[in-house]
Design a binder for this molecule. Structure first.
Ligand SMILES: NC(=O)c1ccc[n+]([C@@H]2O[C@H](COP(=O)([O-])OP(=O)(O)OC[C@H]3O[C@@H](n4cnc5c(N)ncnc54)[C@H](OP(=O)(O)O)[C@@H]3O)[C@@H](O)[C@H]2O)c1
Length: 341
């Protein structure tokens, strides 16, 4: 049995008006637990930070139960099996799952998503390109967006963990890609790293109309697929540009305040005139297709056709800081916390 203590970050309080703050979390030390029959002990090596965490720790209703006060912070994780009494998970294997913000975790396998092959890609990539993020990008785009060769695909939060994969996959499928993002550095990432045909920094525009005009210039034939991760005023600008038969994939709401409920333009007439469809997509409904997405994205990655960028913070105790940076839009690429080699 490992001798070290188990450091865990617990939810100390729910975010208030100031949003997620350091004091929402409390560091606690406990004994490293011992696995019983049918269980395994995992050394957590990497944590994923995701915008969804804001919803997981909020009071209000969401698509999943909120993390309880005093509970270990929920998180996608990548770890190594150190002790095992489970036939499916031998000692030394690497697993991706949901072990939370802690150094060590006991599992019975129900919170493990897959056994990871360290030969296929760097371990950390299994928390983004070859994990939940990649699955969201790949299925949301191909199943719901259904892009056809030559169509224009617009992506908001285009340089982020999900957006960067959506843009590259759309390009690989023969589409014209346009990214919307929040800084000149991220515009460069979109154009130079992720191969978007055009990219727009929404912060250069003060009004929805001005952003809509900029979009109209780079989407002269309209928008066939809108992969929407912001909602709010950014999406208001895109909705004025949708083409006949457009597919709008609603995946995130980064630009939409939770309170008060936002009031924006009414889309009904545009939806009617263009016979467009708008569909919500939640990755948690699709984990049974993780292997399919990993196979496809992994093959493209090994052929050198998919690129990514990571924003790594070192140390469990700094996970809240990494999450706050992510939610403030100050990160570039997939936000990860490294706990150990
Ligand atoms: N439905 C699902 O199953 C599912 C699964 C995974 C992720 N998502 C959603 O997809 C979105 C992107 O997730 P991700 O992991 O790829 O994160 P990410 O894009 O790497 O990071 C979030 C980005 O959101 C943007 N942002 C922050 N505040 C904003 C604001 N007020 N207005 C506009 N943009 C803002 C920032 O990019 P800019 O600087 O470019 O603005 C920030 O970097 C999130 O909304 C997330 O909840 C949904």
């Amino acid at each position: 049995m490992p001798k070290s203590v188990n450091r865990r970050l617990l939810l100390a309080k729910r975010p208030g008006r100031a949003g997620v703050t350091q004091d929402c979390f409390r560091l606690e030390e406990a004994e490293v637990p011992a696995p019983g029959p049918g269980q395994l002990l995992i050394r957590v090596l990497w944590l994923s930070c995701d915008p969804a965490m804001r919803g997981w720790i909020a009071e209000g209703p969401n698509y999943s139960e909120p993390v309880p006060l005093g509970g270990v912070m929920r998180s996608f994780t990548l770890g190594r099996v150190e002790v095992s009494q489970h036939p499916d998970y031998p000692v030394g294997s690497y697993v991706s799952g949901r072990q939370g913000w802690q150094d060590w975790a006991i599992s019975d396998g129900s919170d493990i998503d897959r056994i990871v092959d360290p030969e296929q890609a760097p371990l950390s990539a299994n928390l983004h390109l070859l994990g939940m993020t990649g699955l969201t990008a790949y299925l949301g785009l191909t199943d719901v967006g259904r892009p056809k060769v030559g169509e224009t695909v617009v992506v908001s939060t285009a340089a982020g963990a999900v957006g960067s994969v959506v843009g590259q996959v759309a390009k690989l499928l023969g589409c014209r890609t346009v990214g919307i993002t929040g800084s000149s550095g991220k515009v460069s990432d979109c154009l130079e790293t992720y191969g978007y045909d055009a990219a727009i920094n929404y912060r250069d525009y003060e009004t929805t109309d001005a952003l809509a005009s900029a979009l109209a210039e780079v989407c002269p034939a309209g928008v066939d697929v809108y992969y929407d991760m912001t909602a709010g005023w950014i999406s208001d600008a895109v909705m004025g540009q949708i083409a006949i038969g457009a597919r709008i994939v609603v995946v995130g709401t980064m630009a939409m305040p939770s309170t008060p409920p936002p009031v924006g333009p009414r889309y009904s007439r545009q939806m009617l005139v263009t016979r467009a469809t708008m569909t919500g997509f939640l990755v948690l409904d699709h984990f049974d297709r993780l292997e399919e997405a990993v196979t496809k994205l992994g093959a493209w990655y090994r052929e050198g056709r998919l690129r990514y960028r990571e924003d790594v913070t070192e140390g469990l105790e700094r996970a809240p800081e990494a999450l706050m940076k992510l939610l403030n839009g100050r990160t570039r690429g997939k936000v990860l916390v490294k706990l150990a080699d």
